[in-house]
Design a protein around this ligand. Structure first.
Ligand code: SF4
Ligand code: SF4
Length: 182
């Protein structure tokens, strides 16, 4: 058992009824994560995507969550308040069954990082740019077991192995370590 420590849990509450599908959140997120920062905006690079079907008045902002190595064996279909949502509509995973939440050039999975790379931000950028107040930022303190977190590194490496193969990856790492030593 690890030691207990205090942790700030960050949440973005989504009020679907207030979302009007403007996609400002997608633009803001993709610009924030562009390299160099704010040099471009491409919603395909956004860590939040808005499921839209204007004819059915459906607008659902979804945040990119954990990477899934394989697709689900079964699919869920939801009808809420008489509106029927597509399969996978609420799923947060970057998974092989669809293009959502994948970096368009490399295919690497995208995951919302709560804009933590800029500690100067008072609130995540998508929340600031949602003028309809459909995204509400909340923080709370929780006690958790201390643990060593290597999930993100593993996810990135796994995707590279899937894309390029283990041999190619090992070869590249070996070449990099030789050039660093020299
Ligand atoms: S919190 Fe930041 S990283 Fe996450 S979706 Fe919003 S803008 Fe993107
Ligand atoms: S910025 Fe707000 S209102 Fe616009 S699509 Fe995103 S969540 Fe919906």
């Amino acid at each position: 058992m690890g030691e207990k420590k205090k942790k700030i849990v960050k949440t973005i509450r989504v009020d679907v009824d207030k979302c009007n599908g403007c996609r400002a959140c997608e633009v803001a997120c993709s610009a924030f994560h562009a390299a160099p920062q704010y040099s471009s905006n491409n919603p395909a690079r956004s860590r939040i995507r808005v499921i839209r079907d204007p004819l059915k008045d459906i607008y659902v902002p979804v945040y990119a969550g954990e990477h899934a190595k394989s697709e689900c064996m079964g699919r869920g279909k939801y009808t809420i308040d008489g509106k029927e949502y597509d399969e996978c509509a609420f799923c947060r995973a970057s998974c092989p069954s669809r293009d959502l939440f994948k970096e368009p050039d490399s295919g690497l999975p995208l995951k919302c990082d709560m804009c933590e790379s800029d500690p100067a931000l008072s609130e995540p950028l998508c929340v600031q740019w949602c003028l309809a107040d459909a995204l509400i930022y909340e923080e709370r303190e929780e006690e958790v077991e201390e643990e060593v977190k290597s999930e993100e590194l593993e996810t990135g490496l796994e995707s590279l192995v899937n894309k390029y193969g283990m041999d190619k990856l090992m070869e590249t790492v070996a070449r990099m370590s030789i050039s660093k030593k020299g």
